[in-house]
Design a protein around this ligand. Sequence first.
Ligand SMILES: [Fe+2]
Ligand SMILES: [Fe+2]
Length: 285
Amino acid sequence: MKFIHLTDTHVVGNGLEIYGAKPVRRLALAVDSINRDHVDAEIVIITGDLTHWGEGDAYTSFLSEVKRLKMPFALMVGNHDDRAALSEAIPSLPRDENGFVQQVINTSVGPFILTDTKVTTGHQGAYCTDRLAWLDRQFESIEDPALLFMHHPPFDVGIASMDKIKMQDGDALLSVLDRHRKKVRQIFFGHLHRMVAGNWHGFPISIMRGLNHQVRLDLTSDATIIRGDLAQPAYGVVLVDDDSVISHMHAYLECTPQFDLHNLVVGDDREFALSMRHEDWEDFG
Ligand SMILES: [Fe+2]
Ligand SMILES: [Fe+2]
């Protein structure tokens, strides 16, 4: 089974730019790419920061693009979103009994649990007792192991400015996840605008680049500044079966030179490849 992990689209209304790029354009190209290259994906999960300022115009623009996807999609909120504006744009948006944008989706490889880590004000994340109780109940009620999706990671990644706005209730979350350890296959996050993989207390984690702007690998600055750039946007292509969960990063706008390694026998292709100074190219000659 294949699904797409898309995150941090940060769409703004009226076709405006932020940080020197036009998010709705990058989203449109991502939708084109998914429909062309991954039309066999079962679902697209979009892990929050759908818009940058949470205004109605932005959700209208966002939806006009994601509705072109040829497969189902599911939405989550991030710190830049507005639950009321999103619900107005999508009246059928699934919400839990407390109004949080949380749901469980049954897929062909088991349940996907989508959570809401947004606080009322501020960019840090939270997971309050009401939400923890909801999550605990979902794990109680499912039989198969689940993939879990959250906007804010609850752990530090070494970038002080982003660590400051992580999800603040990591200890409480961990106690719930620990009780259901065998039912948590992998946790997917947004928010960081970087590709990050590893594990947290033994739970495998995967974080994907954003679609508009990225956060630079800055392990030395203090928490007062978030250093960004316009590195290529990407989405995750995730392959799941009984044995494994494999995440690929697809930088869908990348235009670097391409070639087939096994075909580098004669002519310009070979010269070009050798010029890239990979010592083992000779093995393919
Ligand atoms: Fe974001
Ligand atoms: Fe965020």
